[in-house]
Write a protein that binds this ligand. Structure first.
Ligand code: SAM
Length: 388
């Protein structure tokens, strides 16, 4: 039996921060099992990450640990792999200069509802600290750093002042801190009537999202500017777009603005939810243009831009047999569900959410070939150095 219409809660902005997470656990729709595309995209950008790390000033290795942070780490192995790359790279830099490497510390940070348990279970055991650096590097399947989880929003302060050498964040900053109030206010011209995302929406609605993104990013930079040590750097990657028009959200737009949108419309048409229920659901994602991003970094002023570019990431769908449309449908639904399932469940409940994602899969299967061709992600990649 499906629950009656409209008996669930509309997620308020306050709640978004407490609720938002990628799908935890290790099930079919979990983030752990649906983040291979992010892993591939991150791998193709490793040279840019290493360039950023080469700019970081090496501190006094005898006194303090060298501290790296991954912001928006989620619960898969991507964060563990990137932290490993960062620490090994920094160790080699110390070694190359004939310096004794310091101890390393890594903070894995995400919102409180992130599945930190799954993440911690994936962490390799700690290598025997105090052994030589060569032994540390050789110790496969061990980590050579102290690890801790830090719950909280990266749009605010998370760490003590001047305590962090390197900040890293991948595929996270496009998540807004909240849906702009006007977007869910029926009386406002920015009310997102008929839609669950801003792709193809009114310009006013998309501009409200843009404003929210820019104010969030400014808060992020302000907080990091207090926490970062002198000579520290940041490497940031988030979903981006090539178009100047914010109503064209590129790959993110296709993911949330086509089959996912149509599936919501199906539920309304079939009388399973009211149109208002659909209209009050909005995906809190904004894929910025390079210009949107640059304006904020320059206006905030704490960081110098060493590199800022739009990088072609590729498809978010990993499909073993691309000729099999049912596999494309499955990949689409799992991708959608792993990142938005928690929010959908909260808005319409588990049973209707199941119905919605069944329709996403069916639609994805019908449009398998074109989805694989058209669904391509672009990312904004920023390498920033702290200026005092
Ligand atoms: C797609 S995942 C990226 C995970 C990981 N970085 C990777 O490369 O696979 C995005 C993550 O950003 C987190 N996130 C979104 N908004 C956040 C915020 N305001 N503060 C901290 N984390 C946030 C989400 O909870 C989610 O875990």
């Amino acid at each position: 039996m499906l629950p009656p219409m409209g008996d669930n809660v509309v997620v308020s902005n306050m709640e978004l921060e407490r609720l938002l997470s990628m799908k935890g656990g290790k099930g079919e729709g979990s983030y752990v099992n649906n983040s291979q595309a992010q892993a591939m995209h991150a791998k193709s950008m490793l040279h840019l990450l290493k360039e950023t790390l080469d700019r970081v000033e090496l501190g006094d290795s005898r006194e303090k640990p060298f501290v790296v942070v991954d912001l928006g780490c989620s619960c898969g192995s991507n964060t563990i792999n990137v932290v490993d790359v960062m620490i090994k790279h920094m160790m080699k830099r110390y070694e190359g200069l004939g310096l004794e490497p310091p101890e390393f510390s890594a903070f894995f940070s995400d919102l409180p509802s992130n599945d930190f348990n799954t993440l911690f279970q994936l962490l390799p055991p700690m290598a025997n600290y105090g052994v030589s650096m060569e032994e540390c590097l050789a110790a496969k399947n061990h980590r050579s750093y102290f690890a801790a989880g830090v719950p909280g929003s990266f749009y605010r302060r998370l760490f003590p002042a001047r305590s962090i050498n390197v900040f890293h964040s991948a595929f996270s900053l496009h998540w807004l801190s909240q849906i702009p109030e006007a977007v869910t206010d029926k009386r406002s011209s920015a009310y997102n009537k008929g839609r669950v995302f801003i792709h193809g929406a009114d310009e006013t609605t998309a501009n409200a999202y843009k404003k929210q993104f820019q104010s969030d990013l400014a808060g992020f930079l302000r907080s990091r500017s207090v926490e970062i040590k002198k000579g520290g750097s940041m490497f940031l990657v988030c979903l981006g777009r090539t178009s100047l028009d914010p109503t064209d959200q590129g790959g993110g737009g296709i993911l949330f603005g086509t089959h996912f949108q149509d599936a919501w419309d199906d539920l309304v048409r079939e009388g399973l939810i009211s149109s208002e229920k659909r209209d009050t659901f909005n995906i809190p994602v904004y894929a910025p243009s390079l210009q949107d991003f640059k304006e904020v970094v320059e206006a905030e002023g704490s960081f110098a831009i060493d590199k800022l570019e739009v990088f072609k990431g590729g498809s978010p769908l990993v499909v073993e047999q691309p000729d099999d449309p049912s596999q494309v449908g499955k990949a689409l639904v799992n991708t959608c569900r792993s990142v938005s399932g928690v929010l959908v469940d909260a808005h319409i409940g588990d049973k209707l959410s199941e119905e919605l994602f069944l329709r996403v899969e069916k639609r994805g299967t019908c449009h398998g070939k074109e989805l694989l061709e058209q669904l391509q992600f672009f990312h904004i990649v920023a390498s920033l150095s702290f200026v005092q």
